[in-house]
Design a protein around this ligand. Sequence first.
Ligand code: GDP
Ligand code: MG
Length: 162
Amino acid sequence: MSIVAIVGRPNVGKSTLFNRLIERREAIVDSVSGVTRDRHYGKSDWNGKEFSVIDTGGYVVGSDDVFETEIDNQVKLAIEEADAIIFMVEVESGITGMDVEVAKLLRRSKKPIFLAVNKVDSAARTNDAVEFYNLGFEKYYNLSSINGSGTGDLLDDLVKAL
Ligand code: GDP
Ligand code: MG
């Protein structure tokens, strides 16, 4: 079965999307940084295609160094084991330095990458999302993982790549 990994810095909404995709609450959703979280695996399907989803997380927040190394490791692992990657960022904070670092790693991989701009909860926020073109991917998907909007468009294209 194909594997889809969700990567990105903490608090962008990866686990919220994961929970929505697998329609069961398995991952720990936690808005507090500094918590050690494991990787979670679940099963999903869209348009008749089944796939496994990995919610990456296991970040150990100690020093900034450890933090960035952990994210790097998660991204590298995802590049190795996934058939497609959802790279999640969020519109409230805009592009951060960590987003730029993750983007650099992902652009070097040959796996299909789907840039998902989360927390686009209102029409006004779709304008703010435009800045994410600067991360250097061809297109991006506006998402609100909390209310589910935009996930259909993302999944339509995602399953075609599997
Ligand atoms: P993760 O660290 O990337 O797994 O992020 P989480 O899924 O734990 O979410 C971090 C915080 O963002 C939580 O408080 C979520 O409720 C919130 N969140 C997730 N998705 C959305 C969204 O689409 N809109 C808004 N406004 N908040 C969201
Ligand atoms: Mg999480």
